[in-house]
Design a protein around this ligand. Structure first.
Ligand code: NAD
Length: 364
């Protein structure tokens, strides 16, 4: 069966890493019909909007997207396309696996973690009140009265919201992911000792959801302690589930543990089955068109995508092929060489060629 997938090339170095990734995915033998759509800067140039309705409809229909990085500075009047995508499809789960691959310089030994970050709520809901606005004065007055407290007049205010529904679905997502991927433990990360109502709610709901998954161990950690433990003994952890803000910070910490954003894949998954796979890094515009940057993070996102569409064996094979190329360390891009000026570093296309050759060898 052929899979129809929306392909968003992105901008900057996006089109190059997307082309390399598509070739590697196709080399697994899985039949894919790419439905190519522009979003972001290229879409503004062509359609006058960063978010053309045809692209949205394509994602809605195909339900799966592979996306190159998008430059977020779009100019006046346009909001971030990444945020717009998240909102449009209620992409509430941000999935960020982080694994050490031999050959990638990483400060820690053997790390194999999955961070599941809630993507919609928390301090990131955008409920903010700026200094000098009448809204700030209104909100401050209400809070002072309801909370029987005093807020300084020179303070701006951001509101943190965490709901039962939002917490339940993200924790359920983490457990379902753990079960489907042979993971043993889910750790809920919070600061419920201080934020008793919002993080307290998240922790309570996490405990309730955990009771439906007796086959998977459950525990919780306070976020500051979690950060220290991740740096000292990351091997103790498996799947982490976090509200939005802690998830944002901890997922980058964890990416750092395994070698940085250049090798970190991600996925944004929504309530209605829509899933968009991408690299964590940005569009690296200074290298655009130079056949220079590393496509590994997007290729790893491709392995997540293959598993998501039911092509688990192909996803596993692609991951093994990428790992083999990186472990040898010969046909790799500049960022994976011990010395970044190493003249033997290959380009984006040649890295893909090496992965494809490796796939064929594994296949033979
Ligand atoms: P960036 O990740 O694009 O690049 C920072 C630096 O990291 C680059 O100059 C390069 O040295 C290195 N780098 C990044 N990706 C690499 C790769 N694949 N291989 C080798 N080296 C790589 O970060 P930035 O410069 O802060 O962001 C550029 C644009 O991308 C901004 O507009 C930003 O908002 C956007 N962005 C988009 C996404 C997304 O679409 N998901 C994510 C992050 C940033």
């Amino acid at each position: 069966m052929s899979h129809r997938i929306t392909l968003i090339p992105g901008d900057g170095t996006g089109p190059e890493i997307v082309a390399a990734t598509c070739r590697a995915i196709e080399a697994t033998g899985v039949e894919i019909e790419w439905d190519r759509r522009e979003i972001g800067l290229p879409a503004i140039a062509r359609y006058g909007t960063p978010f053309p309705p045809e692209a949205i409809e394509s994602i809605r229909t195909n339900k799966v997207g592979l996306k190159g990085p998008l430059t977020t500075e779009l100019g006046k009047g346009f909001r971030s396309v990444n945020v717009a995508l998240r909102r449009e499809f209620d992409l509430y789960a941000n999935l960020r696996p982080a694994k050490t691959y031999p050959g990638v310089r990483a400060p820690m030994g053997n790390v194999d973690l999955v961070v599941v970050r809630e993507n919609i709520e928390d301090l990131y809901a955008g409920i903010e009140f700026d200094l000098g606005t009448p809204e700030l004065a209104t909100v401050r007055a209400v809070i002072e009265q309801a909370g029987n407290t005093k807020i300084r007049e020179d303070a701006a205010i951001s509101i943190k919201t965490i709901s039962e529904m939002g917490s339940r679905r993200i924790v359920k997502f983490a457990f379902e992911y753990a079960r489907a991927n042979g993971r043993k433990k889910v750790t809920a990360v919070h600061k419920a000792n201080v934020m008793k109502f919002t993080d307290g709610l998240f922790l309570r709901v996490a405990g309730e959801v955990a009771r439906d998954y007796p086959d998977i161990e459950f525990e919780d950690r306070i976020v500051d302690n979690m950060c220290m433990q991740l740096v000292q003994k990351p091997e103790l952890y498996d799947v982490l589930v976090l509200p939005n803000l802690y998830g944002d910070i901890v997922s980058d910490l964890v990416a750092g543990l395994v070698g940085g954003l250049g090798v970190a894949p991600g996925a944004n998954i929504g309530a209605n089955g829509v899933a968009v796979f991408e690299a964590i890094h940005g569009s690296a515009p200074k290298y655009a068109g130079q056949n220079k940057v590393n496509p590994m993070a997007l290729m790893l996102a491709g392995t997540l995508m293959l598993r998501h569409i039911g092509e688990r064996a192909a996803g596993d094979r692609l991951e093994r092929a990428i790992a083999a190329v990186v472990a040898v360390g010969k046909d790799v891009t500049y960022d994976l060489k011990p010395n970044r000026d190493d003249p033997t570093a290959v380009g984006t296309r040649e890295f893909a060629d090496a992965v494809i050759t490796q796939l064929a060898a594994v296949h033979a």
